[in-house]
Every structure is written in structure tokens, then in C-alpha cells.
Design a binder for this molecule. Structure first.
Ligand code: ATP
Length: 362
């Protein structure tokens, strides 16, 4: 096993910068997720690491080796794609054995490795079946098995669960996490699904337009998004944003036509003076307040109430027809459609972003 290092790695296609110069260290044994909207450069990054694409600039290291100019087969990493790419005319056993046979391993060695891997993935009973005789989830496990059996130094996975139905996806997600804990192998996993990213990654790299926006643990990225894009991309339903003006005196005062909030002053903010900003509050970041309250609260009219298990998601409007989404415990409140409610952003759930730079201020 080995860590992976990107040093100033970029990829330009004609006039399109698919990946801007990027530095990244993936620790040995880490489960790192590249996440971002379609076209942000995730797949290109992965393809450069495995050698299917040459970087325009920069160097890639696997362990101590500079692999930038090596062929994919010489990098000792395994790639699992969303289309499982199994050989349709080979049975499961032969699909899994193929990579070892071309590496001229002995028959006994191959047999032991295939059987051990099949056992670990719970596919021993399918070794004689052909891919078309398997379900999507089973095929996906064979694809994983084919990669694991070689004991590569790292796994690269590009949306490997996207062909599975919702239930199987959740199950396979958990299996992959368990498998990673067991094998302690370096994994770089690409997805556009922020929930998948948050649940699987020990660290996330959030990308947009070929640029890394933030690198951090799921908890950090959710709790302290570096900019408005990351704040809106991670979390479901997404964070609410209210535009207003911030004035920093002995307190931080955010003012929008419908809401004024006073926050305690934090170090480093004194110099900011007055600036346009977005107040960000996650749907679960509101406290329900009495209709007589006036301080730090927002009045809004309930439009839709969705029941999601024990929680309710309220879609409401405030001010000049702006939408706000509020998540609450469904056992505690049950607002009526059309009623006026008052909520207060919870102090610990307030984020401020500079309206011009879009960067986090607090
Ligand atoms: P998705 O989630 O849709 O797969 P992605 O984040 O993986 O997207 P990439 O496939 O890495 O994005 O593409 C990044 C950018 O580079 C896109 O704008 C894409 O159109 C462009 N691009 C990718 N491959 C090529 C190519 N071979 N030639 C020209 N442009 C390309």
C-alpha cells in the first residue's frame, strides 16, 4: 500500500482547463472522496492518477515513485468504473483470475487469491456464473473482487455505485466502508453525490470548475464550509442564504430587510467594517419562536410541509417572495399550510459569506 501525491498537476484540453494546478496528498490507507458537480474535473483527476490521461503539468507520486510518465499497468493501482466492465464471456472466477494470469502468477496462487477474495465479498457461490446471470450488486462486487485480488497499492473508483438502485447503493456503500476498514488500502473515490461523499470519505476534496474549493473531513466541510459554493453543495436540503449587509463594531450586525442579527465579535473581523454578505443557515439550524418575539427572528409563511420519517421539512416564503427551507422534529411542531411562523437562526448554526468574494467570513 502507498500514499499518493499530486504536485502542481493540471490538465488543459484546448481552451478548457479541466483541472487547474492542484497539490494534494492522499495518505497511505486513507479513503479520500473527490466530489463536485458534473464537469468539475473529478474524473480527469482520477484518470491522470491511474495513467489514462497525461497531465499538462505537474508530477504524480505513488509512494516514493514518480509515476507521471508510467503506463497504467506499471502503476500498481486498480480502477473500478461505474460500468463494471466485466468480460461477458468469462465466468466470475475467470473474470477475477484474469489480471493475475496476465501477470503470470502460478495456478495455485491464483486459485487461493480468487477464493479468498470471493469469500470476503460473499460471492463464492457465484464463481461459475456469467456476468449476465448476476444482479447489478453482485456484478459490482465481482468488479471489486477483480480489483482486490491483485492486491494493488491503491484503488481508484469512479462513481462505482451509480448503476445500483437506491437500496442496494446504501448497502454497497456500507460494504465498501467495511472493506476499506478491513484492507486498510488507499482509496480515491469519485462521486457527484454529496451524501455518498459525506458518508464514505475520511476526507473530502470538493471541486468546482477544475479548482479545489476545500479539503477536509466531512464534519469540517459541513460545519465550516470555506465558501458559499461548498456551503450550498454539501447538505440536503441545502443551506439557506439571505442577502444583507454586515457592519462590524463592537458586535457583528447582519441586516436584511426582514431580519437583523447580532453576533458576538470574533477575532480578525474588526478590520472588515461594512460589507455586503450572505447569511447562511442550514435547514436544521432554526429554532421555533413565539409569534410575539421580535429579536433576531424571521417571519415566514408556510407553503408546503413534507413528512420525512420523524422529521418535517417546511418550505416557506419571507420578504419579497424568497424561499426558505426549515427542518424540524415532526413530533414537536405541525405548522398549518398558509400560517405565519417565526423562526430564529440558532447561534451555532450561523455562517457568513462575503457577497463579493463568496468566501467564509465567520
Ligand atoms: P462528471 O461528474 O460529469 O463525470 P467530472 O467532474 O468528472 O464530471 P471531467 O470529466 O473531469 O468532469 O471533465 C472536466 C472538464 O473537462 C469538463 O468541462 C469536460 O467537458 C472537459 N473534458 C473532459 N475530457 C475532455 C476531453 N477529452 N477533451 C476535451 N474536454 C474534456
Amino acid at each position: 500500500m502507498a500514499g499518493i501525491k499530486l504536485q502542481g498537476v493540471s490538465k488543459v484540453y484546448g481552451t478548457t482547463t479541466a483541472v487547474a494546478p492542484t497539490d494534494l496528498i492522499i495518505e497511505d490507507g486513507e479513503f479520500l472522496v473527490l466530489v463536485g458537480p458534473s464537469g468539475c474535473g473529478k474524473t480527469t483527476t482520477l484518470r491522470m492518477i491511474c495513467g489514462l490521461e497525461a497531465p499538462s503539468e505537474g508530477n504524480i507520486f505513488i509512494g516514493e515513485r514518480n509515476v507521471t510518465k508510467l503506463e497504467p499497468k506499471d502503476r500498481d493501482i486498480a480502477m473500478v468504473f461505474q460500468s463494471y466492465a466485466l468480460y461477458p464471456h468469462k465466468n466470475v472466477y475467470d473474470n477475477m483470475a484474469f489480471g493475475l494470469r496476465i501477470r503470470k502468477r502460478s495456478k495455485q496462487e491464483i486459485d487461493a487469491a480468487v477464493k479468498e477474495t470471493a469469500e470476503m465479498l460473499g460471492i463464492s457461490q457465484y464463481l461459475n456464473r456469467y456476468p449476465k446471470e448476476l444482479s447489478g450488486g453482485q456484478r459490482q462486487r465481482v468488479a471489486l473482487g477483480r480489483a482486490i485480488v491483485r492486491h494493488p497499492q491503491a484503488f481508484l473508483m469512479d462513481e462505482p455505485l451509480s448503476n445500483l438502485d437506491a437500496k442496494l447503493r446504501v448497502q454497497t456503500r456500507a460494504e465498501l466502508i467495511k472493506l476499506h476498514q478491513k484492507l486498510k488500502i488507499t482509496v480515491i473515490y469519485v462521486t457527484h453525490d454529496q451524501i455518498e461523499a459525506m458518508t464514505m470519505g475520511s476526507r473530502l476534496v470538493v471541486m468546482k470548475d477544475g479548482l479545489v474549493q476545500q479539503v477536509g473531513s466531512p464534519k469540517d466541510i459541513y460545519g465550516y464550509p470555506a465558501n458559499k459554493f461548498v456551503a450550498g453543495f454539501v447538505g440536503s436540503p441545502p443551506m439557506n442564504f439571505i442577502k444583507g449587509v454586515v457592519e462590524v463594531n463592537d458586535m457583528v450586525c447582519f441586516k436584511a430587510p426582514e431580519l437583523t442579527i447580532h453576533l458576538p465579535l470574533q477575532g480578525g473581523l474588526q478590520s472588515l467594517g461594512k460589507f455586503e454578505a450572505f447569511l447562511g443557515v442550514r435547514p436544521e439550524g432554526f429554532v421555533w419562536v413565539d409569534s410575539t418575539e421580535t429579536r433576531n427572528c424571521l417571519a415566514c409563511r408556510v407553503e408546503v410541509v413534507e413528512h420525512v420519517g420523524a422529521e418535517i421539512i417546511i418550505h416557506a416564503r419571507f420578504g419579497t417572495d424568497e424561499e426558505i427551507v426549515i427542518k424540524q422534529n415532526g413530533y414537536e411542531v405541525e405548522p398549518e399550510i398558509g400560517s405565519l411562523i417565526k423562526v430564529r437562526p440558532h447561534q451555532g448554526n450561523i455562517h457568513l459569506f462575503d457577497a463579493h468574494t463568496q468566501q467564509r467570513v465567520m
